[in-house]
Write a protein that binds this ligand. Structure first.
Ligand SMILES: Nc1ncnc2c1ncn2[C@@H]1O[C@H](COP(=O)(O)OP(=O)(O)OP(=O)(O)O)[C@@H](O)[C@H]1O
Length: 284
């Protein structure tokens, strides 16, 4: 018997309407997520972030969201009350964003912010929360947690800030983590460090991860499966190891447009686009 998916999405549609037009940001998107790392990849505006936000029920107020199914375990995310969602966010589903600036309060020491995140979701004294925060700083490979605990966000580097944010978001051990371009603001070496921290935490906790990125190479390297989005649709979903056998012309085009050390060429291919792709069934 196949286990129940952690997350099940059927025919998710997200539309933005203003006086003059409708933007159909996500179209008939369907996928299941098990205990695995799923990469969502696509160019700017393809609907990646709006998909992630809809799963947290954090879409902008102007978004109209419909779905045949949007289920996290047994919970219907479309029907859950706001107070249910407030218990779920951070506790069972967490979101990691690109820039710690937006998640860390500049006026509060970073350790205290992690401890407060713990207290928000778990009962316990401040002392207990502090111990957990310190342990979490160690888990994200911060070398001197006692010192770093007392720093303010502006006193830490970009990579450290991102690891602190990961510590804060994962301290309650959520079962589903949505990471939206979590390393895009970092340089390449720091990016590796942050990714390996994220991988370790996700695997140790047996959590599921949705990793949103525009970087196909990175996603294929880091995730078990890749879903390629284009103008709000999933064109193709396949195991990362089988990406070389991708069938959709857009995925093939993306692969051909990546620079390769073993086959240097004067000009990189530009992926072609065909309006007919939007009428085809969403790729599973
Ligand atoms: N508040 C909003 N009002 C109207 N349209 C919006 C709003 N937010 C997003 N959109 C539109 O929804 C579509 C999908 O946006 P989304 O942010 O999900 O794209 P993305 O793939 O994450 O792109 P990026 O990589 O640039 O973040 C885009 O066409 C965008 O313009």
């Amino acid at each position: 018997m196949t286990p129940e998916p952690v997350l099940s999405v059927r025919n998710l549609n997200i539309r933005f309407r203003d006086e003059t037009r409708v933007t159909h940001a996500v179209r008939d998107l369907s996928f299941d997520l098990g205990v695995e790392k799923l990469g969502i990849v696509g160019e700017s505006g393809s609907g990646k972030s709006q998909t992630g936000r809809a799963l947290m029920r954090l879409s902008p107020p102007s978004a109209q969201i419909t779905a045949e199914r949007l289920r996290f375990g047994k919970l219907d995310l479309l029907k859950a009350s706001e107070s249910q969602m407030m218990r779920i966010r951070g506790n069972e589903i967490a979101m990691i964003l690109q820039d710690p600036k937006y998640s860390l309060n500049p006026l509060i020491r970073v350790g205290k912010q992690i401890a407060e995140a713990y207290r928000l979701h778990r009962d316990g004294s401040m002392r207990d929360a502090r111990d957990h925060a310190m342990a979490m700083l160690e888990k994200v490979h911060i070398r001197n947690p006692e010192r770093v605990y007392n720093l303010y966000p502006h006193e830490v580097s970009g990579g450290m800030g991102q690891r602190i944010m990961i510590a804060m978001m994962l301290i309650a051990e959520p079962k589903l983590i949505i990471a939206d371009e979590p390393t895009s603001a970092l340089d390449v070496t720091v990016r590796r460090q942050v990714l390996s921290v994220l991988q370790e935490l996700v695997e140790d906790a047996g959590a599921s991860l949705i990793f949103i990125s525009h970087d196909l190479n990175l996603v294929a390297d880091f995730c078990d499966r890749v879903m390629v989005m284009y103008q709000g649709r999933a064109l193709e979903t396949l195991p990362s190891a089988e990406l070389g056998r991708a069938r959709h012309p857009y995925t093939r085009g993306l692969l051909d447009s990546l620079p390769r050390l073993d086959h240097p060429c004067a000009e990189l291919a530009v992926p072609v686009r065909d309006p007919a792709w939007l009428d085809a069934p969403s790729g599973q």
